[in-house]
Design a protein around this ligand. Structure first.
Ligand code: BGC
Length: 728
């Protein structure tokens, strides 16, 4: 059991920070302290945090289920303290508290592709240490505290190396010969806060699907599903036997192991056996993988010896979708997995290669989908506070939170996460307190754009990622053909309009920003009189920038058809295009795009065997070739944002902006025979909503139920209904 706090107030521990004095480079130190328990314990609490990641044991039993605690925050400003109820782990007499500390995100070489020119070098050289206090309360009312201090000892642990990109090395045969003194040091005290986010936990165990002998002669194990986590193995071995396991997402077209796309991340697991039967799983790191290659293994591998264990910060599913289309059902499963795999304390772009970073653009486009799929309120509340902590004095924000690229310039669609994300979470859960907490930061972001633009009411200048990975990019470029200034101006408008909505929801006077919004609108439309790409049309419609939605929608539809009923969009256009079409009368065309099976489409990766969402539609091409290894993740949730269209348009479940948290629901389904049926249930803060439709012969049967008042719109007929179940 772990306590959590929502105030973000500092906490103080009556203990000292300790580290391993004279520690050999990579070995993770194991700190120990023995103490006696004399008397009946009423309760015992361990308050603990680390610079790095820790695993604490009391009398050899793990404290809590939080993996990679204390998680990942903007460490210089905020460090979470975990508070565990450990009463049951204690015994009368002599007890031992032991803590192993690893590098984690704190002293990681992230991001992998950058040189020593940013603060990466400083990060790599950071020393790991921890602080803890074990507070015992006895039945007779007395108390005893076991704090970290100079009396602790450390020894080399069996974790010889552990790091986020490169993996873990463990020597089960290692016995530490000596214990050393610890050094107390001046660690952070003013920035300690109680746990705010979700815990990262083991969420699922997957058995081996297949053991493969590849054409190259490699032994590869397929778990049938890409996950974030690790492999656990159990075997009988001799002391000194070696195991080496590599991790990969895909096999190449010949069926051989492949992980070139991990770039600099080695993602290796090395294990030295002890004598006899033994079970191991990594302690202080995790991997993104579906396949493992047994580069060395001391005996014939048997399926029962291996289990893949998935870890994630999301545990409570809130959105449930079933359809009559096999490919779409697989797509939904892939999206849920990509969310689980990338929501490991921070929303990341991908869980495998040398990134695994909190990219703002990716989170921004996916956040609505994320909040429909799972309960992510607490997860984001913590991350928003990190976003605020990383916001620079001038109101700007880089492209990653926690900001491991502190010199990066703000980018349209990425840094706009400062406004879009809190608004979406407020809409999903109706938490005004969170919105009010974020409001100043949202305002500062819009003010930042106003302060830096070189052309009043447009966002000119700066460096942007554009319509990242747009399919209309020039050969060799990752940036789609949409104009930077167009997208930047459009986001300036969009962020301003959401800021106004947030301000109004909080009862503030937003006149100044309403005037700004109107001016941006006018200026934008005087400069951008025509739209040049699918994404530009889409954004103009979705953000409400076009003066003539009917005309723009028609042109977008024509354009999509002319392009061969296929997407030409990237990170910016893809999440909105089906909405833009459906909202303006082109639901059929949205379905055409959704159900397309040839490249480029959501279903093409399904045809190619995807179990998560890919960064590129053709991560694997029709002929089996890979996209270049340098930017080819098979677990990138951004394009999975399409699932919000299934909830909101196919099943038609929404709410008005003035009824956040689904105080009152709206159900307006858009059925299409090609899906057969759609059955969606959403668990909201105000109860359950179900929308089901099915084609029966030439008729459509609608079944709707809602725990709150609901407006149902079917065949343009609007009905205001009280909570209940209805069939049409
Ligand atoms: C990441 C993306 C990210 C992008 C920024 C990539 O390397 O994986 O998902 O948003 O960089 O353009």
């Amino acid at each position: 059991m772990i306590k959590a706090d929502s105030t973000g107030n500092p906490v103080h521990l009556k203990a000292e920070w300790i580290k391993a004095a004279g520690k050999p480079d990579d070995v993770c130190p194991l700190f120990t302290k023995s103490f006696s328990v004399d008397g009946a314990v009423k309760s015992a609490t361990l308050n603990i945090t680390a610079l790095g990641v820790y695993e604490a044991l009391i009398n050899e039993k793990r404290v809590g289920e939080f993996f990679m605690a204390p998680g990942w925050t903007a460490y210089q400003k905020r460090l979470q303290v975990q508070s565990y109820d450990v009463t049951k782990l204690l015994k009368a007499g002599e007890n031992t508290l032991s803590v192993t500390v690893g590098k984690g995100w704190y002293s990681s070489p992230m991001p992998g592709w950058t040189g020593p020119d940013n603060d990466k070098t400083e990060r790599i050289n950071r020393e790991n240490g921890f602080i803890a206090e074990l507070v015992l309360e006895f039945e007779d009312g007395t108390k005893k505290t076991v704090p970290t201090d100079g009396s602790w000892r450390w020894q080399e642990s069996r974790v010889r190396f552990s790091e986020l990109y490169d993996g873990e090395t463990y020597d089960a045969s290692f016995e530490a010969k000596e214990k050393h003194s610890v050094a107390c040091f001046d660690g952070p005290n003013e920035t300690l806060i109680l746990q705010e986010g979700e815990e990262i936990r083991e969420i699922e165990r997957l058995p081996v699907k297949k053991i493969i002998r590849t054409p190259k002669g490699e032994t590869v194990i397929d778990f049938g599903q890409e996950i974030s986590g690790y492999v656990e193995f159990t075997l009988n071995a001799k002391k000194g036997d070696g195991i080496e396991i590599l991790h990969g997402e895909m096999l190449d077209k010949h069926g051989n192991f492949y992980n070139e796309n991990y770039r600099a991340a080695k993602a290796v697991l090395r294990y030295t056996c002890k004598d006899g039967l033994q079970t191991y799983k990594p302690h202080l790191t995790f991997y993104g993988f579906r396949y493992i290659k047994l580069a060395s293994y001391p005996c014939k591998p048997e399926a029962e010896q291996f289990t893949a264990i998935a870890v994630s910060s999301v545990q409570k599913q809130t959105g449930f979708i079933k359809t009559g289309h096999k490919g779409i059902n697989q797509l939904i499963s892939n999206i849920l997995w990509s969310q689980k795999d990338n929501f490991v304390d921070v929303p990341t772009d991908c869980p495998q290669r040398d990134e695994r970073l909190g990219w703002l653009g990716d989170a921004q486009v996916f956040i609505k989908a994320a909040a429909l799929n799972y309960d992510v309120e607490r997860f984001f509340k913590k991350w928003f506070r990190d976003m605020r902590a990383e916001q620079r004095k001038d109101g700007s924000l880089g492209s990653i939170v926690p900001d491991y690229l502190p010199n990066s310039s703000p980018s349209a669609g990425w840094s706009d996460a400062a406004v879009i994300c809190p608004w979406v979470i407020y809409q999903a859960y109706g938490n005004r307190e969170m919105l009010s907490e974020q409001f100043e930061s949202m305002k500062k972001w819009v003010d930042y754009i106003t302060s830096v633009t070189t052309e009043k009411y447009l966002w000119e200048g700066g460096k942007h990622y554009g319509d990242w990975l747009g399919l209309d990019a020039k050969e060799g470029s990752y940036r789609g053909a949409s104009r930077d200034g167009f997208l930047a101006g459009a986001y300036y408008y969009y962020s301003t309009s959401l800021l106004i909505k947030a301000g109004k929801a909080l009862g503030r006077n937003m006149d100044e920003y309403i005037a700004l919004k109107n001016n941006i609108y006018k200026k934008f439309n005087s400069v951008y009189k025509e739209y040049k790409t699918q994404t530009e049309y889409t954004v103009a419609l979705y953000f409400g920038l076009t003066p003539d939605a009917g005309k723009t929608a028609k042109e977008l539809a024509d354009r999509v058809i002319k392009d061969g009923v296929q997407l030409k969009t990237g990170f910016i256009g893809t999440p909105y295009i089906l909405h833009a079409l459906t909202d303006n009368g082109y639901a059929g065309l949205s379905y055409d795009l959704l159900l397309r099976e040839e490249y480029p489409s959501w279903l093409f990766p399904i045809k190619m065997g995807a179990t998560t969402v890919w960064e590129h539609w053709d991560g694997i091409k029709e002929n089996g070739d890979f996209w270049s290894a340098d930017m080819n993740s098979f677990n990138h949730y951004a394009y999975g944002a399409v699932i919000d269209w299934i909830y909101e348009k196919a099943a038609g479940i929404t709410h008005s902006e003035s009824a956040p948290g689904y105080e009152k629901a709206i159900i307006e389904p858009h059925p299409d025979r090609r899906l057969g049926y759609v059955d969606v249930t959403l668990e909201t803060r105000n109860g359950k909503i179900t929308s089901r439709w099915e084609y029966i012969g030439d008729n459509i049967k609608y079944e709707i139920s809602a725990d709150m008042p609901v407006t149902v719109i079917i065949n343009e007929k609007k009905r205001e209904l009280s909570p209940g179940k209805y069939t049409f």
